[in-house]
Design a protein around this ligand. Structure first.
Ligand SMILES: [Zn+2]
Length: 467
C-alpha cells in the first residue's frame, strides 16, 4: 500500500464528511459558495496557498502546495443540478421538494480530488516526491463553462499535466473523446401591428425565427458527419391577431471537433442574418457558452490504468447490491444497455451483481469513440496533456442526472468510489512526480496531436460567468 492510500484510509472519515456536507449544500453552477469555501478552508488548514475566486468566477478557487516542476493539476467540481433533491433511499422522495440535488455526484468528484491533493501534499512534505500539486476548484461543470472560463483566464497555462475523474457505473480509464459545443439564444425584434387590418406595418419576429429554423434545417445536409444542431423556439403569450414583435430561438451545435463546431455556429449566424434581412427584423445574440472536444492523452491513459490496477477495487456487501438493485428497478432497461456496452467495449462479464466490482481493461473501441455529450475538461485537454477516469459510485442501472444518482451520491457505495478515485488520482500524481520521462512523453504526444494549433477559447471576450 502506498503512502497516498494509507493517508486516505486513515483520514477517510474527514473526506466522507466533506462529501456529505457538499451533498447537503447542493448548490448549482456559480452559486457554490458554501461548497467552495468548505474545500478552500480545509486546504488552508493543511498549508495550501489558496486563491479564492478566478476573474468573475467567484466560486472558483486554486489551491497549491509545493514548489517547482512538475506542476500537477487536479480538477475538482462541486455543482449540483436543479430539482434533483432526493433522500438517501431506494424510492424517489425529495429531501426538500423543488430543491437542488447532487444528481451527477460532483460532491464525490470534488472531494476525491481534494483528498488526493492533500495526500500528495503529505508526500511532498515528507520528501517522498518533489513538485507542485495544484487543486483547481472548477464551478458550474453542468453549465459547461466553469473550466472554459478559467482556461480563458490562463490559469492552466503553466501546468504540466491535468487529471480528472467522474463518478460512474464502471471503474475505467476515460478513453473516449467528447463533443465540442456552442450554445446561444437568438433574440429577434420586430414591429407589432394588427394582424388583420394593419399587417403591412408589422414585422414579425416569429417569422424570422421560423425562417432561421428552416435555413438551419437545410444547413444540416451540408455539415460534416457527427455535427448535431438542436434548437428550441422560445415564444410566450403570442396570439394570432397581433403581429409578434418578439420571439427567440435557442440553439446548440455539437460535433467532434471544436473548429468544426465553430464553423457551423458561424454559418448559423448567417442563417440568423438572412432571416432578419428577409423579415425586416433585428436580432441580438445571447452567447450562453461553449466548450471544446476532449482530447485524451493515450500516454497518460496507459499509466493511469496501471496505477488504477494496483489499488484494490471496492467490493460491496449483499445489502449494497440489494440497494443498487432496488434503485435500478426504475431504469432497468438502460442498466441492461449499460452492461451490454461494457461487454462489447471491454469484453468483460458484467452480469454479476448490481454494482461493478472490477477495473475495466483499456479498450480500442472506447479509444475510437466520441460520445455525444460534452465536458468542460475538453478545454483543459487542449492546453495541457490530460487524463481522466471513472470510478464506481452507483449501480449498473443508474444513469446520471436523475434522483437515483443523488441517492447514490450520499451512500456508502458513492463514498467508497470517492475514496478509490482519491487513491488513483493521488498515486498517479506521485508517479508523474517521480517519472519525468512520462511527463515528457505525454507532452510530446500532445504537441504532435495539436500540430502547432494554439488553443482558442470558445467564449467571446465580453462573456462573464452567470450571464
Ligand atoms: Zn457530471
Amino acid at each position: 500500500m502506498t503512502s497516498i492510500e494509507k493517508f486516505i484510509d486513515l483520514n477517510q472519515s474527514l473526506f466522507i464528511k466533506t462529501a456529505t456536507d457538499i451533498w447537503e449544500y447542493a448548490e448549482v453552477g456559480y452559486q457554490e459558495f458554501k461548497s467552495a469555501a468548505c474545500m478552500a478552508e480545509l486546504l488552508k488548514s493543511y498549508g495550501f496557498r489558496v486563491q479564492q475566486g478566478v476573474g468573475d468566477a467567484h466560486t472558483a478557487f486554486i489551491a497549491e502546495y509545493g514548489t517547482g516542476a512538475p506542476i500537477i493539476g487536479l480538477m475538482a467540481e462541486y455543482d449540483a443540478l436543479p430539482n434533483l433533491s432526493q433522500k438517501l433511499g431506494v424510492k424517489q422522495e425529495a429531501l426538500k421538494p423543488g430543491a437542488n440535488g447532487h444528481g451527477c455526484g460532483h460532491n464525490l468528484l470534488g472531494t476525491a480530488a481534494l483528498a488526493a491533493a492533500i495526500a500528495v501534499k503529505e508526500a511532498i512534505e515528507s520528501g517522498e516526491v518533489q513538485g507542485t500539486i495544484r487543486l483547481y476548484g472548477t464551478p458550474a461543470e453542468e453549465l459547461l463553462t466553469g473550466k472554459v472560463y478559467m482556461a480563458k483566464q490562463g490559469v492552466f497555462d503553466d501546468l504540466d499535466i491535468a487529471l480528472g475523474w467522474h463518478p460512474e457505473g464502471v471503474n475505467a480509464v476515460f478513453e473516449m473523446s467528447t463533443s465540442a459545443m456552442r450554445s446561444a439564444k437568438f433574440h429577434f425584434k420586430g414591429v407589432t401591428a394588427h394582424a388583420a387590418s394593419d399587417p403591412f406595418n408589422g414585422r414579425s419576429a416569429l417569422d424570422a425565427v421560423e425562417l432561421m429554423n428552416i435555413s438551419a434545417n437545410y444547413l444540416r445536409e451540408h455539415v460534416l458527419p457527427g455535427v448535431k444542431i438542436h434548437y428550441a423556439t422560445i415564444v410566450s403569450d403570442l396570439v394570432p391577431n397581433i403581429v409578434p414583435d418578439k420571439a427567440s430561438v435557442w440553439y446548440f451545435v455539437r460535433g467532434n471537433d471544436t473548429n468544426v463546431v465553430n464553423d457551423v455556429y458561424e454559418r448559423l449566424v448567417h442563417c440568423a442574418n438572412g432571416a432578419a434581412e428577409m423579415t425586416g427584423t433585428d436580432y441580438t445574440i445571447e452567447f450562453l457558452g461553449g466548450c471544446s472536444d476532449y482530447m485524451p492523452s493515450r500516454t497518460l491513459n496507459k499509466v493511469l490504468w496501471e496505477e488504477m490496477s494496483k489499488i484494490p477495487v471496492p467490493k460491496y456487501t449483499e445489502e449494497e447490491h440489494e440497494f443498487a438493485r432496488e434503485v435500478g428497478l426504475y431504469s432497468a432497461e438502460s442498466g441492461e444497455r449499460f452492461r451490454d456496452s461494457l461487454e462489447a467495449a471491454y469484453g468483460v462479464e458484467a452480469r454479476e451483481g448490481h454494482i461493478c466490482e472490477f477495473l475495466a481493461p483499456l479498450s480500442d473501441i472506447k479509444a475510437k469513440t466520441t460520445i455525444a455529450g460534452s465536458l468542460d475538461i475538453g478545454d483543459v485537454s487542449k492546453i495541457v496533456p490530460t487524463a481522466q477516469f471513472t470510478a464506481v459510485c452507483q449501480g449498473y442501472s443508474c444513469g446520471s442526472h436523475g434522483w437515483q444518482c443523488t441517492s447514490f451520491s450520499a451512500s456508502n457505495i458513492g463514498m467508497q468510489g470517492m475514496l478509490y478515485a482519491a487513491k488513483a488520482m493521488g498515486n498517479m500524481s506521485v508517479r508523474l512526480m517521480n517519472d519525468s520521462d512520462l511527463v515528457s512523453a505525454a507532452k510530446e504526444e500532445f504537441k504532435n496531436k495539436l500540430k502547432g494549433v494554439r488553443y482558442k477559447s470558445p467564449l467571446p471576450d465580453h462573456w462573464k460567468p452567470g450571464m
